[in-house]
Design a protein around this ligand. Structure first.
Ligand code: SF4
Length: 505
């Protein structure tokens, strides 16, 4: 692990190039500029192995605890597994108690303002704890730390924070922690430009049943409402042999379900210039690994090609759940969102998927109240719901995000109109979900049992291949196994049933 800083490559923190420290005052003082982040070049991405953590950094965690609080998407959850892996390699042990931990890291999300407000709430609440225990290290990482205005706000208002690091700097955590311990200043390291693909970072995965595997980092789609291309950088695919080796190893360890992760998994391979190998090829190769279930998220309809549909149609361990975000049912709104497909093209893709995979479980994401959305355009979204008949949908009210192109559009839909549209949308989505679930009454479904139900320890919960939540009464030794459940009581968001048999999958 190199301690050497290459000023030509990244924007950094408390050090001047001559090695002297300076006190950061603003994000620009610490060399961070979001504008730099937006000027994304075509620099070659290297695949780099994570170096073993040197002994002098490994001992930092001895008899110390850590707590990671994760906000946002599965990508962040998975990053937290990597951060935990690095910390445990340094000797730290996990705790869930933020107030008692020696290192508290907030792995943050920048997608919506309320997620940011929650992080600032946590930071404010820990100020008194930090005053009582000045040796604790309080850090902020994840997507919020890629935002210049957030870094400025922390530098000026939350000076009890010790460490800020970006989404491309996770592998530097041992060095940054060491700096945080020995520095009286806030340590800030946020690379404006995406880094390399770092392989073999340690990970702590919980549960031993389901695992996430990153296949691609970043996003090149630049949907106008979305901050992700700026916080996560350009698309960088992992090499197929590295992904396959990781999935094989997880199979060997007994994992039952793998979810391949990326902001746009369908773009996988497009940046691998030395080979003609895309997401369909990867899914085809992974389907040959002896692991019962393979999922993927998230898809972009524009990059969902025929070969992938063909491969998914083979079934087997490739489950039939496809999350296919549409965002709006109106072509003009989709154009303003820069989604790069029309309503007709999206419906054509759905039709292709349904013909190839008749039992496909389709889910989606929708935004209501995008700037300029008329009642007629919103009704196109409602009619698309009826046409596709999704099994479920995540529905959101549009709110502008700082730093996105849509921030410059007039947010002209009154809040009450947005809320009313959301209600109408949810009632359509929920009715269809209920109808879809009702169609499963009396059916026997395969369930991977994940554990006790959150509300009743006598009830077990698990998921179908289509990712539907199932509750049933059964012996605890079913946990971690596949069982057959007869659906007796379909509901809107879950299915209740009776245990039939255990299954060898
Ligand atoms: S595809 Fe669009 S919404 Fe998804 S991460 Fe990329 S820019 Fe954001």
């Amino acid at each position: 692990m190199s301690d050497k800083k290459d000023y030509g490559q990244y924007f950094q923190s408390t050090y001047e190039p001559d090695g002297n420290r300076k006190r950061p005052k603003t994000a620009e003082d610490v060399g961070y500029s979001q504008q730099e982040g937006k000027r994304r070049g075509k620099e070659e991405v290297m695949v780099v192995n994570f170096d073993p953590i040197p002994d002098e950094l490994k001992c930092l965690g001895r008899e110390r605890t850590y707590c990671i609080v994760t906000f946002g998407c599965q990508m962040n959850e998975h990053d937290s597994e990597t951060i935990a892996g690095i910390l445990e390699d340094m000797g730290y042990t996990a705790t869930t108690n933020e107030r008692e931990a020696d290192v508290v890291l907030y792995n943050t999300c920048a997608i919506r303002e309320n997620a940011e407000d929650r992080v600032f709430g946590h930071l404010g609440a820990l100020k008194a704890v930090k005053l009582e225990r000045p040796d604790m290290i309080l850090g902020v990482c994840g997507c919020m730390s890629q935002d210049e205005s957030v870094v400025n706000r922390i530098l000026t208002t939350y000076q009890h924070v010790d460490l800020i690091f970006g989404t491309h700097n996770i592998h530097r955590l041992p060095i940054l922690l060491r700096d945080a311990y020995y520095s009286k200043e806030m340590v800030v390291e946020v690379w404006a430009k995406e880094g390399d693909v770092i392989e073999n970072m340690p990970k702590i995965r919980e549960g031993g049943l389901k695992a996430w595997v990153n296949i691609i980092y970043g996003c090149d789609k630049f949907c106008t409402y979305c901050i992700v291309p700026y916080t996560r950088g350009k698309e960088r695919s992992r090499l197929p042999e590295d992904v396959i080796a990781e999935v094989r190893e997880l199979a060997r360890q007994g994992y039952q379900e793998i979810t391949l992760l990326g902001q746009n998994v369908n773009a996988y391979g497009k940046d691998l210039e030395d080979r003609d190998y895309l997401f369909g090829d990867l899914m085809d190769d992974i389907s040959k690994i002896d692991i019962p279930r393979i999922r993927f998220t998230t898809s972009h309809p524009r990059d969902f090609d025929d070969h992938l549909v063909e491969v998914l149609a083979k079934g087997g361990n490739l489950v039939e759940h496809i999350h296919l975000p549409v965002q709006s049912g109106n072509t003009e709104v989709l154009r303003k969102m820069s989604r790069k497909y029309s309503r007709e093209e999206y419906l054509e893709l759905v039709d292709k998927i349904k013909r190839a995979i008749p039992n496909a479980v389709l889910t989606t994401d929708i935004i209501v109240g995008f700037p300029g959305e008329t009642e007629e355009q919103f009704q196109d979204t409602l009619s698309l719901m009826e046409e596709v008949r999704y099994d479920s949908a995540y529905t959101f009210i549009y709110s502008p995000r700082h730093g996105t192109p849509a921030e410059g559009m007039e947010d002209d839909i009154p809040e009450e109109v947005k809320k009313e549209r959301l209600q109408r949308l949810m009632s359509v989505v929920n009715r269809i979900s209920r109808e879809k679930n009702e169609a499963l009454r009396g059916e026997i479904v395969e369930v991977l049992v994940e554990g006790e139900s959150k509300n009743n320890p006598d009830v077990l919960s698990g998921r179908t291949r289509g990712n539907k939540l199932v509750h049933f009464v059964g012996p605890k030794d079913c946990i971690g196994k596949f069982v057959h459940v007869k659906i007796t009581e379909p509901q809107t968001w879950a299915l209740k049933g009776e245990l039939m048999t255990r299954v060898e999958v």
